[in-house]
Ligand binder design. Structure first.
Ligand code: HEM
Length: 390
């Protein structure tokens, strides 16, 4: 079983299920790593950073051996206590109270995106809605300059493709990402950021001595790599599923307050970031009675997508149901590294899906959706739909 084979990336659920159902931990010889798709094991590994380290990188390759294309993240690729220091700054900058002012701007941007989609009637919602909305609101919230934003998606793609094995997807991302590294190296610096955005708020912690200028720049970089593609895929997946379930769209239209529930169920059902790596800091017995042992310095893949459909955790896991209690999904990770951007992601979801819910009476597929091929992300590249106004 190779979760990174191109045909598997196009249709990943059977291999997710095969890995999950084979054993709590499975050895994948193609990549020399262990994998687990059990919800319980995934959640436990996230909560034990002393045993399962992030410092070798959270992709397939070991960044300590120089197998990396950029300086490591001071957040994602760090363990406590170094991680704790950087994370404290991010937690303060991203606390809900500090972000409250964004809600109005997100709502206005959502109205504009939905207006245009309704005027067009039939659109590729993956691009015209799911991509356009975060591509507007997130760079503005961070305070990025207007010029150069065309590099954001190629950079994010380079970031996520590079977390998987070498091959055609990484090569293409390298080619498309030409110039993107230089752009990001410039945009993450203090002087390139608007004074009233989240990026400037991060750099302000340099003045108080909490972080160095280089650390501040790397924290800003994490927005450029982790904060856009993930939400784009999440929105495209929810729209894809709801367009195929008229009764659930009707329920959402009748009660737009369900927007958040639809988003969470979408994250469970099509987990945008379906695999996260960790590395054993010591010899770890993982196999229970089967006696499987992970050797020190060996990678394990936490299969979040598989865990989010684990029948041991979820009733009827392959049914999309916005009335389900999806809390407890692992799509945002858990433990010390749990997604620091989830407050923003949820604010975006409430603005965009809430506006769609109010303004769109019916949502219908206008053709088949196309999966996006990525080593490290999952969802749809194209979701043709027809919007019928309320
Ligand atoms: C639906 C959207 C999103 C999904 C599915 C998602 C998923 C994740 C996951 C699974 C992790 C855990 C990584 C690990 O444990 O190694 C994570 C961490 C992170 N996410 Fe998100 N994310 C989303 C949106 C965002 C946004 C909008 C931002 C920024 C504005 C962001 C920034 C980050 C950062 C900086 C981390 C590292 C946190 C740390 O290591 O302490 N994410 N995300």
């Amino acid at each position: 079983m190779d979760p990174f084979a191109l045909d598997v990336l196009a249709d990943p659920l059977p291999v997710d299920a095969a890995i999950r159902e084979a054993a709590p931990f499975v050895w994948l010889p193609a990549h020399g790593v262990w994998a687990t798709g059990h919800h319980e094991e995934v959640a436990a590994a996230f909560r034990d950073p002393a045993t399962w380290s992030s410092a070798a990188g959270t992709g397939l390759t070991d960044i300590r051996r120089g197998e990396t294309w950029r300086p490591p993240s001071v957040l994602l690729d760090a363990d406590p206590p170094a991680h704790t220091r950087a994370r404290r700054v991010m937690n303060r900058v991203l606390q809900p109270r500090a972000l409250a002012g964004l809600a109005e701007r997100f709502a206005a941007a959502a109205e504009e995106v939905v207006d245009d989609a309704l005027a067009a009637g039939e659109v590729d919602a993956a691009v015209a809605v799911a991509e356009r909305f975060p591509m507007t609101v997130l760079p503005d919230a961070v305070g990025m300059a207007p010029e150069g934003r065309e590099y954001l998606l190629p950079y994010a793609d380079l970031n996520f493709q590079s977390m998987g094995p070498p091959g055609v997807l990484r090569d293409e991302a390298e080619r498309r990402g030409e110039g993107a590294r230089e752009y990001v190296a410039w945009q993450m610096r203090r002087e390139a950021l608007a004074p009233d955005g989240i990026g400037a708020a991060i750099h302000a912690y340099v003045d108080s001595g909490d972080i160095t200028p280089d650390e501040a720049a790397l924290l800003v970089r994490s927005f450029l790599s982790a904060g856009i593609d993930t939400t784009i895929l999440a929105f495209a997946s929810v729209i894809h599923e709801l367009a195929r379930r008229p009764a659930q769209w009707a329920a959402l239209h009748a009660d737009p307050g369900l927007a958040r529930a639809a988003f969470e169920e979408g994250l469970r059902f099509h987990t945008p970031s379906p695999v996260i790596g960790r590395t054993a800091t010591r010899e770890v017995e993982v196999g229970g009675e089967s006696g499987a042992v992970v050797a020190p310095d060996t990678k394990i893949l936490l299969m979040l997508g598989a865990a989010n459909r684990d029948p041991r955790r979820w009733d009827d896991p392959d049914a999309f149901d916005l009335h389900r209690r999806a809390a407890g999904h692992t799509a945002f990770g858990a433990g010390v590294h749990n997604c620091v951007g989830q407050v923003i992601a949820r604010m975006e979801a409430e603005a965009l899906l809430g506006t769609l819910a109010r303004r769109v009476a019916r949502l219908e597929p206008a053709g088949g959706s196309t999966p996006r091929l990525s080593n490290w992300l999952r969802g749809f590249a194209s979701v043709p739909v027809r919007f019928v106004p309320a």
